[in-house]
Design a protein around this ligand. Structure first.
Ligand code: ADP
Ligand code: ZN
Ligand code: ZN
Length: 754
């Protein structure tokens, strides 16, 4: 980005107008050769209103495309062939100069196209559209007349929806969201059945299901100290790691810190992990700050998110609470960023470009805007805690639960012993006994396991063959309701085989237990207890998740059985027992973070127990009772886990002692993919000589085939600023070894190694 525009502002109005003659524009075309600024002339009529951050329409080749103004420049060399900016697309620039700077940094650090980074900063639903959706929206309603003869099925469906609105206008956008295209609507207008009009709509997300009253509490001394430290640093670039045990009242600290930010006229940005936390945590924020809070999460419609975004951009809302992508929200005068459950892998976007980590981006943004950052967790990530130890962030500790509640007692059950004693059920005798006692006292329990579906996989007891997806190299999951096997990577389904496809044996067995099977096994033991499931299969339906939690909170459900979703953030005082059905599922993944993930999940799951006056007990069932992740979780001993895990990371030189970068090669031909990976390894090899750089591979990825594509990868270990050099390295390699039929994706600090 050139700074001509900025100098111009300092030089005064005349210079400003002069210097706006040529704009530097990033065009919205996602391709590597186009990943740079293009120059356009700004017609005199547009010069007074055009600013950095504006979206514009420009000619590009034979097309007209949307572009983003990133700066102004002196007359470029090719001035004769230069073309004009055609139009400014929005009244106000959509992107602030700071967010534009953040986009530049992202494109360097994550090796993505600048336009991909810029697209993160746009209001939801805007990208590449020629005009941003407005609050005055085009709508239709019934005229009462027109010709109804010979209507097609789509037109009839549209009419049904419009009739349901009983005379109120209904917007094009909402019809489109329900699958009615513009052509259909237009055809009904032509027939005189519908009339067009403009309506102004204020879209606010519905009240959250778990909105709770705003509790007045007196802070504990530890909360007071943490709060004082944070409020003393509002509006300064200071990072805090808030290590608070489960139930220590971290949310209350966030709420009060935000309240003081608002009093100081500073805005605040709060990130929470996806879906599981939203209802409860957002309820707490809405109860405290009302309309000052804008919500941004995936359960809202695009329209709702767009309007919440605008409220922030205009300063009508000064606090945003949202999932990962809310890190880009246009909060005005940002003074505080809170990342709750900062260790959560869902903060990393790993399924598409740009593959950013919201925590890393938040720290960069805080540095650019002078904001304080609070990274809160009961189980801080190795990266964050390490930073705290090194002094580049301050550690704040909440070591006790509020109201003198003790942490729950934890019992480890060795499942190998159960098997030896002939217990083949999913519940150990200990857990059965504790469930009976818990239910007998009229209390609630949570059963946690890290799987969904009826069983994990089906395998042959004779030859060990596992039923795998034909397109991916992963085992398929059996779903009992549908009676089919399903691949959770590509969605393929098939009927479970009666005989082993490899050896013909009939000894085909389900292995492991899923939520559904646990519910059934539970109901066999306790037929009168009320049990419900909470996992991604159940909560795919909008509202289902909140409804289950509501009835659990209202004690209409005794036992909640679920995946990770039940382990995070919930605060249900009626829960006195937590059973971890199988602690080992993650421990066995080929990933250097598997111990850390296991420790985090166990501590989080245990943290759901004993949040009320009746105390709590946690039963962990495992085949690895002596693993340090399991033992330290049972002792609630983060420090001990951290020391052991760091010794392991250090000996193998894994993060946080380096940064990992993964180059993933994918394609339909295995030979081509392999060839490309080897070629790039030869090209990159001599370039990664500098001190602190290492290269590994090429090798097939653990998931060596996914969605019908073969996968090979190369790994780099680089120092902390290393990622900033990657983009240049890669473009040098691309010039020497162009890839055909093989795609390459770069993942800086990937969250999984698979
Ligand atoms: P954490 O996020 O640390 O696990 P929460 O923020 O969920 O803990 O707090 C647990 C419960 O304690 C919440 O119901 C909260 O309202 C309550 N709480 C927080 N601070 C206090 C306090 N100082 N005194 C009493 N209750 C508190
Ligand atoms: Zn598949
Ligand atoms: Zn077999």
């Amino acid at each position: 980005m050139h700074t001509a525009g900025i100098f111009a502002v300092e030089d005064g109005c005349v210079a400003l107008t002069m210097n706006k003659e040529y704009a530097e524009v990033i065009v919205d075309v996602a391709a590597f050769p186009i990943d740079r600024e293009f120059h356009y002339r700004v017609p005199p009529g547009l010069q007074p209103s055009l600013e950095v951050g504006h979206r514009v329409l420009v000619p590009f080749g034979r097309r007209r495309v949307v572009g983003y103004v990133v700066g102004f420049s002196p007359p470029p060399e090719d001035v004769a062939s230069i073309k004009d900016v055609l139009r400014i697309l929005d009244e106000e620039p959509l992107i602030t100069p700071t967010l534009l700077q953040l986009a530049h940094w992202m494109s360097e650090y994550y090796g993505c196209l600048l336009v991909e980074a810029i697209s993160c900063m746009l209001p939801p639903g805007t990208r590449a559209r020629e005009s941003a959706p407005r609050r005055t929206l085009k709508a239709v309603r019934l005229t009462g007349g027109g010709s109804f003869a010979g209507l097609g099925p789509k037109q009839q469906l549209a009419l049904e929806l419009i009739q349901k609105a009983s005379g109120e206008p209904i917007t094009f956008v909402s019809l489109e969201e329900q699958g009615i295209g513009r052509a259909t609507i237009q055809s009904l207008i032509k027939r005189g059945i519908l009339g067009e009009e403009w309506v102004t709509i204020r879209r606010r997300p519905e009240e959250q299901a778990l909105t709770r009253e705003d509790k007045q509490v007196i802070l504990t001394p530890e909360q007071e100290r943490a709060l004082a430290a944070i409020t003393g640093s509002l509006g300064q670039n200071q990072v805090f790691v808030l290590h608070g045990v489960t139930g220590s009242g971290k949310t209350e600290v966030y709420l009060r810190a935000i309240a003081s930010a608002l009093r100081a006229d500073l805005g605040a940005l709060v990130l929470v992990p996806e879906i599981a936390l939203t209802a409860q945590v957002m309820g707490a924020f809405q109860a405290r700050f009302g309309d000052e809070v804008a919500l941004l999460h995936s359960n809202l419609s695009v329209g709702e998110r767009h309007d919440e975004w605008l409220r922030l951009r205009r300063g009508e809302a000064r606090v945003v609470v949202g999932a990962r992508s809310a890190v880009f929200a246009p909060v005005q005068n940002l003074g505080l960023i809170v990342i709750d459950e900062e260790h959560e892998p869902s903060y990393k976007q790993d399924d598409r470009h740009p593959r950013y980590h919201a925590r890393t981006v938040a720290m960069k943004r805080a540095a650019l805007e002078n904001a304080a950052v609070v990274l809160g967790s009961a189980t801080p990530s190795m990266e964050s805690y390490y930073r705290g130890q090194g002094g580049s962030s301050r550690l704040l500790v909440l070591s006790k639960r509020v109201e003198h509640l003790p942490l729950p007692e934890v019992a480890i059950v060795d499942m190998r012993e159960e098997l030896k004693r002939g217990n083949r059920t999913v519940f150990s005798r200990r857990l059965q006994g504790e469930l009976a006692r818990c239910l007998g006292r009229g209390e609630q329990a949570i059963l946690f396991l890290n799987r969904r579906g009826y069983t994990t996989f089906i395998f042959c007891r004779e030859c060990g063959e596992v039923m795998r997806c034909g397109d991916c190299s992963v085992s398929m999951t059996y779903h009992q309701t549908e009676g089919e096997l399903r691949c959770h990577y590509c969605g393929n389904t098939r009927e479970p085989p009666q005989v082993c496809p490899a050896c013909g044996s009939r000894a085909i067995r389900h292995f492991g237990a899923g939520t559904q099977r646990v519910v059934e096994a539970f109901q066999e033991l306790f037929p009168r207890a009320r049990a419900a499931r909470l996992d991604a299969d159940v909560t795919g339906r909008k509202g289902a998740h909140a409804e289950i939690l509501r009835s659990f909170a209202a004690r209409e459900i005794d036992v909640l059985v679920g995946t990770q979703m039940v382990a995070k953030g919930f605060d249900f005082p009626g829960v006195t027992l937590v059973g971890v059905v199988a602690a080992d599922t993650i421990l066995n993944l080929p990933d250097y973070r598997s111990s850390e993930r296991t420790f985090q999940l166990l501590v989080q799951a245990a943290g759901r127990a004993g949040r009320g006056p009746d105390g709590g007990l946690v039963v962990i069932q495992t085949y690895n009772p002596h693993h340090y992740a399991v033992m330290n979780a049972a002792e609630h001993d983060y420090e001990a886990f951290y020391q052991q895990e760091m010794a392991f990371r250090k000996s193998l030189h894994y993060p946080p002692f380096c940064r990992l970068v993964r180059l993933l090669f994918q394609g339909e031909s295995e030979a081509e993919v392999q060839r490309a990976a080897h070629l790039w390894s030869r090209l990159l090899g001599p370039k990664v000589r500098p001190e602190g750089w290492e290269m590994f591979g090429p090798a097939p990825a653990p998931l060596s085939r996914l969605q019908d594509r073969y996968r090979w990868h190369l790994w780099l270990k680089v120092p902390s600023e290393g990622p900033l050099a990657i983009k240049k390295l890669l473009s040098e390699c691309a010039a020497q070894g162009a890839l055909t039929e093989v795609s390459l994706s770069v993942d800086v600090e990937p969250s999984f190694m698979l």
